[in-house]
Write a new protein. Structure first.
Length: 78
């Protein structure tokens, strides 16, 4: 998947946060919906400007971003 076809960052849109092209839907917002339990069907029904391919691009972008960052182990919670 070539996420660059679907994700852009423009200083004029949401202060440069990565968004799905042609929308003001930020990558972190969409990921947050999934994090709280939304399904792909719910996201597509509530945000009809998105496509299944755009959602996959959000995950591809996030995956590549995390892979490129230095990861540190989190302290164990008591």
């Amino acid at each position: 998947m070539n996420w660059q076809d679907y994700i852009q960052s423009d200083a004029e849109v949401l202060a440069g946060k990565p968004v799905v092209k042609g929308t003001r839907l930020a990558v972190d917002f969409i990921l947050g919906l999934f994090a709280v339990g939304w399904t792909e069907v719910q996201v597509l029904e509530n945000y009809p400007t998105l496509s299944p391919e755009a959602i996959r691009a959000v995950f591809a972008y996030a995956s590549e971003s995390v892979r490129d960052e230095a990861m540190f182990s989190l302290p164990a919670q008591s």
